[in-house]
Structures are given as C-alpha cells and as structure tokens.
Design a protein around this ligand. Structure first.
Ligand SMILES: C[S@@+](CC[C@H](N)C(=O)[O-])C[C@H]1O[C@@H](n2cnc3c(N)ncnc32)[C@H](O)[C@@H]1O
Length: 279
C-alpha cells in the first residue's frame, strides 16, 4: 500500500490512467509494466480518481512518440525524466542503447524501486528537480532530452522559470518536453477541485494558456530556439467530441492543456526566435 500524499500521490492518478487505457482492447497505449504495477498496488484507484478518461494516457503516448523520433537521431542519448513517479516510459521507448535518468523526490523513488529497480542504463536519483544537484549527474555536452510529465503545473511560476532557465544555461544540446495546464484550471485547483468526493487535487500554481507559451518561454531565456505545441486530446467518444468542439472555438482553444516541445540553442538567423529578438 503506497503511503503518498500531496503531489507525489498524483503519480498514482497518471499510472491508473495509463494502466486503464492499456487494459482496453482498443488501447492507444501498450504498457504492460503499468498494468503490472497497477495490479500490485493496494490502493483504491477508482474511489480516488473516478472513471479514467484516458487523457493522461494520450499525453504519455504523444510524449513517447516525440521521444522515439529523438532516439532515432540519438540512439545512445540520455533522457532525463523529472518527476518520473511510476512512469514506465523508459520501458516503452527503449531501443536497447539509450540511457535514462529518473529524478523524483525521495518517497517517490523509494516506491518506484519496489517495481522498477535501477540498472546501469536506467538510473534513479532521489532529488528535488528545483535543486541543481541532478544536473551534476548529466554530461552537459552530450545530447540530452529532458522530460517533465505532469510536474511543472505543481510548481510556482517563478520556480518553473528558474528551472527552465537553469536548464537552458547548463545544457548545450538539449530538448525539453513538458505539459501545461491553462490559467482557469490552475485558478480552480487553488480554490479546490475535487476529482471525486474522496480526492482533492493538489493546487497547480503554474497555469499558462496555449497562446502565451511561446512568447513567455522566449522572454524567459534567449536559448529557447524552437518552441512548438504538440496536440493531445482525449482518446475517443464524447470527451473527444467535446475536445474537438473546444478546439474549434476561438475563445476556448487556448484554454486547454498543452504539450510543449523546446529545442535549446542559438536561434537560426531569420527564424521567429531570431526575429523576435531583432536579429
Ligand atoms: C503527476 S505525478 C507525474 C508522475 C509521472 N511523470 C507520470 O506522468 O506518471 C507528479 C510527480 O512529480 C513529482 N514531484 C513533485 N515535485 C517534485 C520536485 N520538486 N522534484 C522532483 N519531483 C517532484 C512527484 O513526486 C510525482 O512523482
């Protein structure tokens, strides 16, 4: 029985989403390791998190596909997953050569190691992602892909800015992938959102609308050379229909969760990043 609370407990929510999706005959995600871990945990997932809608499984599948593309170019590259929880992404995208560093708080790493022991290629580090310590475990000159799935919204905006700027300063050839929640949802969680009568979501202090992401990141640091939003929606049915309608409405389409992909480096002359800096 996991004894987690606050933000670390949310790792069980995303695990539940992935395992529920992976157990469907029409699953958009194949994830035997999540199924194994979900089945082994003594925790009332449905009472806490309600019916799994699959959006977090789509998020994971979209991130997998971005990672696989990067691994084709960098088969021996290092992926750092900040706030990795019980994510089994490393097993889903493994090419047999890549290396992986899972960073999470101590209680999260303790639970993770009960199911996914570290190996030479899959390392674990119990550390706060906001402290620079984890960066010392990464070669700053090699190709590195930094993933933060379901993490940044739980941090204060200034902390997110500090973390992304520190990454931009430290790593010469890095790509970043993270997800965001819109402002209205961040505000709602600060007032109190009950996922079920038994479970209140932790506050998500960092909210940003889709149309603010690119300009905000560029203003934060000049090495945000390429910033793109990746699409992710519900996998099927009525929730997907609703998401499609939202996306067709000009007033609503920027107020949805996003996946953000950033390539760090010097902006190419003529690119939007260079133009926005007057180069
Ligand atoms: C929603 S869970 C996401 C887990 C995993 N990435 C996934 O998608 O299943 C949030 C994770 O962030 C971790 N976390 C929260 N604050 C953190 C911090 N300051 N440093 C490192 N990890 C943190 C929690 O322990 C938890 O595992």
């Amino acid at each position: 029985m996991p004894s987690l609370a606050g933000v670390p407990e949310t790792m069980l929510w995303s695990l539940y989403n992935r395992a529920s999706e992976a157990s469907r005959p029409d699953a958009i995600l194949s994830d035997p390791e999540s199924l194994r871990i979900h089945a082994a945990l003594d925790y009332d997932f449905a009472a806490h998190f309600g019916a799994p809608l699959g959006s977090l499984a789509v998020r994971a599948a979209t991130m997998d596909s971005a990672l696989r593309q990067w691994l084709l170019r960098h088969p021996d590259g290092l992926v750092v997953s900040l706030g990795e929880g019980l994510e089994t992404q490393s097993r889903r995208v493994d090419n047999g050569r890549m290396r992986w560093l899972s960073v999470d708080l101590e209680e999260a790493i303790r639970l993770r190691e009960q199911f996914l022991p570290p190996t030479k290629r899959f390392r674990h580090l119990a550390a706060n992602a906001l402290a620079p310590h984890w960066m010392d475990a990464v070669d700053p000159s090699g190709p590195v892909y930094i993933v933060a799935q379901g993490l940044l919204m739980y941090l204060a905006p200034e902390a997110v800015r500090g973390l992304l700027c520190a990454i931009a300063e430290r790593f010469a050839a890095a790509e970043l992938l993270f997800d965001t929640v819109p402002r209205w949802f961040s505000q709602a969680t600060r007032r109190g959102v009950y996922q079920t009568p038994r479970y209140r979501l932790p506050p998500m202090p960092w909210g940003i609308n889709r149309d603010e992401v690119e300009a905000t990141l560029r203003a934060w640091h000049p090495r945000m050379a390429d910033v793109k939003l990746l699409e992710y929606r519900m996998p099927r049915g009525l929730p997907l229909m609703m998401a499609n309608i939202t996306n067709a409405l000009a007033v609503a389409r920027h107020q949805v969760p996003s996946l953000v992909h950033v390539v760090l480096g010097e902006a190419l002359p003529g690119s939007r990043a260079a133009q926005s800096r007057g180069a």
